[in-house]
Write a new protein. Structure first.
Length: 123
């Protein structure tokens, strides 16, 4: 471990912890989210049949079970956190992470333009 700051040399290396994020039971609401699929998901459990682009998403009411950090069903590659975790990050001054509201999350590998089937300003 190399130091980045000046000052006294620490006597020992700090402890580190490894984290594994769970796959949550919360499911992406397919009717209210702006997620474009290449084909409509057929598996109710994973809901991830070929996602082409994401321009904001919401979770189905009643599916979230109070996890603070999780991967929602339908967006297994997207790490999602609760508002409680967002307040925890702000309170403790964590850095090296960017939290984006789920309604504003954009992933579009084909370009920055919104999906043609969505209304401007809708989530």
């Amino acid at each position: 471990m190399r130091r980045k700051r000046r000052g006294p040399i620490p006597s020992s290396i700090p402890r580190y912890f490894m984290v594994r994020v769970c796959f949550g039971r919360a499911a992406v609401d397919l009717s209210c989210s702006r997620v474009h699929y290449g084909q409509t998901p057929t598996c109710e459990e994973c809901r991830c049949e070929g996602i082409d682009a994401i321009h904001g998403f919401t979770l189905e009411p009643g599916t979230w079970q109070s996890e603070d950090i999780f991967h929602p069903r339908g967006l297994q590659g997207v790490l999602t956190v609760s508002e409680r975790f967002e307040r925890f990050v702000a309170r403790h001054g964590f850095t090296n992470m960017r939290l984006t509201p789920s309604e504003e999350y954009v992933w579009n590998p084909r370009g920055p333009h919104p999906l043609p089937t969505t209304r401007q300003g809708s989530a």
